[in-house]
Design a protein around this ligand. Sequence first.
Ligand code: ZN
Length: 114
Amino acid sequence: MDKDSAARFRKTLISLKGQLAGDHERIVGASSEEFGADMPDINDEASRTMSRRILLEIGDKNFDAINQVNDALDRIEKGEYGICEECEDSIPVKRLELLPFAKYCVECQERLEK
Ligand SMILES: [Zn+2]
């Protein structure tokens, strides 16, 4: 990948990371704020447990996405960005535009998911 494209993806990844980090903070903040309050109502308790679980799940997935973005930024620094980790072919730019933190080309990704 040429320097200009790498710089462009780097920008995209950094702003994506900012968005994800913001989301993550919002989710974590919401869960402690909303659920930290001591309200001894049994019906409410059940619904609170439920939404807390959903929030935590989103939070976890989000955190995973941040890790993937960090990984991708790392690969840019090392000049390995846009190279499939499996077959070492270059990942098409179109694919990276859809999924800037893709580690694998389409073929390898499909093979790995099976
Ligand atoms: Zn591949």
